[in-house]
Design a protein around this ligand. Sequence first.
Ligand code: NAD
Length: 471
Amino acid sequence: MSAPIRPTVTTTGGAGPLVARLRDSFEAGRTRPASWRRQQLEGLRALLREAEHELVEALRADLGKPATEAMMTDISFVRSEAGMALRELGRWMSPERVPVPLVQRPARARIARQPLGVVLVIAPWNYPVNLLLAPVVGALAAGNCVVAKPSELAPATSAALARLLPRYLDQEAVAVVEGGPEETGALLAQRFDHIFYTGNARVARVVMEAAARHLTPVTLELGGKSPALVDAGADLEVAARRIAWGKLMNAGQTCVAPDYVLVHREARDRLVGALGRAIHRFYGKDPARSPDYARIVNDRHWVRLRHLLEATGARVALGGEGDRPSRYLAPTVLTDVDPDDPVMEEEIFGPILPVLDVEDLAQAASFVASRPSPLALYVFSRSDAGVEQVLQRTSSGSVCINGTVLQLAVPGLPFGGVGESGTGAYHGRSSFETFSHRRSVLAKPVWPDPPLAYPPYTRLRSWILRRALSR
Ligand code: NAD
């Protein structure tokens, strides 16, 4: 059972007139001044400050999200992205000087960042504040008009954002459209200047096809099976704590959660023991009673995860319990997992952690390299050479060594996937760049204007030109 599809709230007259209205604002130059961009970023920060409680409650209603997690991963995250954009905006907007080759001198070259126009941001349900508003920060900092489309599967958060954004942001330039596939489809039929989509790869194909009709560039923030590789010599207590934390935050419904573990055969039992201790320390004897453990977003996803557990041929080493009415699924660790097991096919996106044995890090790296590039890769090892070997042999959107998830909270690191896990990146300056056009500008003085480069190409001119151009 998925949540009911909500009506579009701010598209009086439909998607076409809405986008046309925003385009008029853009073309009138409303969003270009740095002062307008600052106002919007300040507005977002005020929203996150003043409506913090409302958003925390909405996240609790949608996902049973613990308040601390809501603050940490949804609200504070966007607040610090907006803060950074405010601090750095002047620098980001400044033209970038570029050297001019000798033969072209005298001249000056620069790259000027220009806003793209009207952009569409489509967000999923798992971090519904963060994944809608963090791209919006970049879009506004870069001076664009924005249509923001929250996920219908987090209906309380979607409604809260639809109510709040128009109160704090310029309604002539920013609109929220609520709804599901139908409303998103109506938006996708319009021409945008950039589409920023976060979600699953199936819908990403729908988005890309729609974008192709207008030759609209896209950023696709997708998922995949992010592995955690654990070496025999790793500190297993620390590795287990960090893997359990990254996996079980938001009950495993995190795009960069470790999806499965590849552990050195000799260390497997010790790692599973340490995982058990970490889970117990985090959530107590019965995680169902812990205020710090979230719920599965809806019945459809709960049933999907139960089916995975029923179909697996692996051994349930920890957890396995569930309660359908409350959408609870226990932190669950599987061992003796066959690489062809159903849990190893698709991204799990829930609190089920398969642990597979390997002979060494090299075998683990080959396993990862033989599968589609994941969004994140985690490696726990004390051996620099071992880690380096894994990095050389594999590809992934990002890497965290001896940790999980935290790479995405370093604003200087672009966050995005590669191949099946996505295209493009954002966070910090990368968000500004994603929503800007890098316009090349070359400025030449009218004097001097030597005849050398013009026809007729006499032998002397050709000789001089060839020499000059081959330098
Ligand atoms: P979802 O079901 O909320 O869908 C995402 C968005 O697509 C929603 O706004 C929804 O309305 C829209 N949508 C759904 N079907 C559509 C259709 N047929 N046509 C047009 N639009 C449609 O979220 P989801 O896809 O279940 O999200 C989970 C996936 O997202 C996982 O694979 C996860 O790894 C990935 N994810 C990636 C990131 C990242 O930053 N890379 C972050 C979070 C989630």
